[in-house]
Design a protein around this ligand. Structure first.
Ligand SMILES: [Zn+2]
Length: 424
């Protein structure tokens, strides 16, 4: 038993913001009461959360764990360890491993490895098409039985509108969300950053914002045609957000996520350092402003990291040769507090929602602090000063543009199924 005492409990599901003690027994929440009122917990291990926020377990619905196939960059063990250190109790891993997670035997491999070595819950996402090649539909029903929570060809878009329609039709019947990496590959071809004044100044090939929003528009229309649940991954452009807002106003089941790096950085921050190379690339100042508005007004459903480790041997090369992607788990809460809460853009409750009930709803799950619910808890501070040092990361990779950045507030403890997975 674990008794979390004297914390400030924030639970978006019940709109609770109050001092509470929380008793975990086995894997579940056994009691939640005013401070000092839980009396039947003498044998419980005590955790003093005075001065900390106690929230439902944070979910990161977009990550790359690189196993199987690229274990020099990350494994399920190291990636989930980094996730625990970042305050996440559950993470969804994208299928672009080697081999691609496009069938039930790979899904079972990931589920089994996560059970044996995972520090947090790992929920796999299956490939939408065979090999994510965009030609034929993958074994979605079998993968669903094996434990996937969504499908995606992430790393690239579902190749054609015709195939996207078939996948949405099929996933609607299974009630599985389709997660789209929205990109028109003809507009993005050869580009390494966003097209604009910054790309001209650096002399690097850029893709326009429309490379994303053209694909979002295609998929929103297909979501209307099929009635499917469509989720736009790592949305980065103002014009894409307008499409999602329109879809929601028209009652479509369309949702989206935004990454910490897209709400923190812009194209003007890009230098020739490959740690600023990600896909979608960092947007313009007005895109970031639109994302901040969407995070505040409810258009954005979730904050997701797109944690994308690459070992130094392949990432620390010239900008145009480096692969896309950066680490995300361990800096997510610090960046969200800095950019969203301390800046006064959103309330602390809304921030917690974007990490808990928001992604849970997208995935068809629940997240709340009630008796009988899973004992998944994220505890974080609002004001403790700390500095991120990437060489201390639990990840196998080091590709973060936030190395050396100082934060005010961050993860303090991560509790998964009643057990402490991380404590600072
Ligand atoms: Zn992607």
């Amino acid at each position: 038993m674990l008794l979390i005492k004297n914390g400030r409990v924030l639970d978006p599901a019940s709109n609770t913001d109050a001092p509470r003690d929380l008793l975990l027994d086995g894997e579940h929440i056994a009691d939640i009461s005013a401070p000092g009122k839980i009396t039947h917990a003498d044998s419980a291990q005590a955790f003093d959360a005075a001065g900390f926020i106690v929230a439902p377990g944070f979910i990161d619905m977009h990550a790359h764990l690189r196993e199987p196939g690229q274990e020099n960059s990350e494994t399920i063990e190291t990636g989930s360890h980094a996730a625990a250190r970042g305050g996440f109790t559950a993470i969804c891993c994208m299928p672009n491993t080697r081999p691609v997670n496009d069938n039930a035997s790979i899904t079972r491999f990931i589920v089994d490895r996560a059970k044996a070595f995972g520090h947090v819950r790992v929920w796999p996402i299956g490939a939408a098409s065979i090999g994510s090649k965009g030609e034929g539909i993958s074994e979605i029903a079998a993968m669903h039985d094996a434990g996937i929570v969504a499908v995606s060809d992430d790393g690239k878009p579902i190749a054609t509108a015709k195939l996207a329609r078939q996948i949405m039709d099929y996933c609607r019947s299974l009630d599985v969300p389709v997660i789209e990496h929205a990109e028109d590959v003809s507009l993005a071809a050869g580009a390494v950053m966003r097209e604009g004044i910054a790309s001209t100044r650096l002399g690097l090939p850029g893709m326009p914002a429309a490379a994303e929003s053209v694909c979002v528009a295609r998929d929103v229309q297909l979501a209307e045609l099929t009635g499917a649940r469509l989720h736009i991954a790592h949305l980065s452009a103002k014009s894409s957000l307008a499409q999602v807002r329109f879809a929601k106003q028209n009652g479509l089941r369309v949702t989206c996520e935004v990454t910490p790096h897209h709400f923190t950085l812009i194209d003007e921050d890009v230098s020739y350092d490959s740690k600023y190379k990600m896909n979608p690339p960092l947007g313009a100042r007005e895109d970031r402003e639109a994302l901040l508005e969407g995070l505040a007004d409810g258009t954005v459903d979730a904050i997701a990291t797109d944690h994308a480790p690459h070992e130094p041997a392949i990432k620390d090369v010239e900008f145009d040769k480096a692969p896309f992607g950066i680490l995300g788990f361990e800096t997510a809460i610090g960046l969200a507090l800095e950019q969203l809460v301390h800046s006064g853009r959103i309330t602390l409750m809304r921030m917690v929602e974007l990490f808990t009930t928001g992604p849970a709803r997208v995935l068809g799950k629940e997240r709340k602090l009630n008796i009988g619910e899973p004992g998944d808890i994220t505890i974080f501070s609002l004001d403790r000063p700390w500095t991120y040092s990437v060489k201390e990361s639990a990840s196998k990779s080091r590709n973060s543009p936030f190395d050396g950045r100082s934060f005010k507030g961050g993860p303090a403890a991560t509790i998964v199924a009643g057990k402490i997975a991380f404590k600072n």
